[in-house]
Design a protein around this ligand. Sequence first.
Ligand code: GLY
Length: 297
Amino acid sequence: MTWAAIATWKMGALGAKISADILAKGGRASDAAVEGVSAVEDEPQFHSVGYGGRPDRTGHVVLDGGFMDGDTLHYGAVASIEGFRSPVRIARSLAPREANNFLCGKGAELYAEKNGFEKRDNLSEEAREIYEKERDRLKKLSAYDGHDTVCFLTLDESGSMCAAVSTSGLFMKDPGRVGDSPLCGSGYYADSETGAAAATGLGEEIIKGSLSFLAVFYMGHGYSAMEAAQKAVDELDEKLRRRNGKAEAMSLITLAKDGSWGVGTNVDFPFAFVSDTQELTLFLAAKKDGKTVIETI
Ligand code: GLY
């Protein structure tokens, strides 16, 4: 059996090193995914996740996170949570419960406090300055205005798979707005018998296609990880253009149970991959003449 990890964006490479260390030592897919995401949550240079994440319209950094264990299909998620270090760790802790797996706002904060999760004011000085500069301009929102979710998919030597995600969501979002990231099936999905998928881009679009579940469904019906990712994104992109005249940015990573990976996207999209046979590599998936072309960065 092989091990592997795939992560969204260049920022994913930072966490993928940690995931690789865990997986290479025979560690668990769940630990590898959560530690990878959490390393990105702690890094203020990344402006769309955790500390230093983009504030909402009222100047608050309000975070979303999700986690899914592909062995049990248990998932946990938090949405609109403020004042805690690691949404993904809180999400993971909710997964084994029989109910109350997805908590939002005050309820999520009460749970995190009661269970001793580390607190942190995630509004960095830089994020505050950017917010103050943008506040009065309130440009038309675009999906990639500081709006990138960190997503990790992992496979360990025992064949277990996991998905974990974290984001501050859309910059200047309305208070209470939640995107795809904490929604199991849209922002992430993992099934160790098949594969895992996770999405980044404009949540309002991704939710319309339940993209992550759809890609895993396709993998379960004979499509490779690459075919499943591209089919899921291309079909939704085409449908949205046909019905609404446009489709906003969407990117999807997939990992099959054999460790093969895929990417579907309608914009240029960097991602990181590492496995027992492939050193940590940054790739760019670019759309050229309607086809997804993947090159190393
Ligand atoms: N994809 C993250 C969000 O829309 O919030």
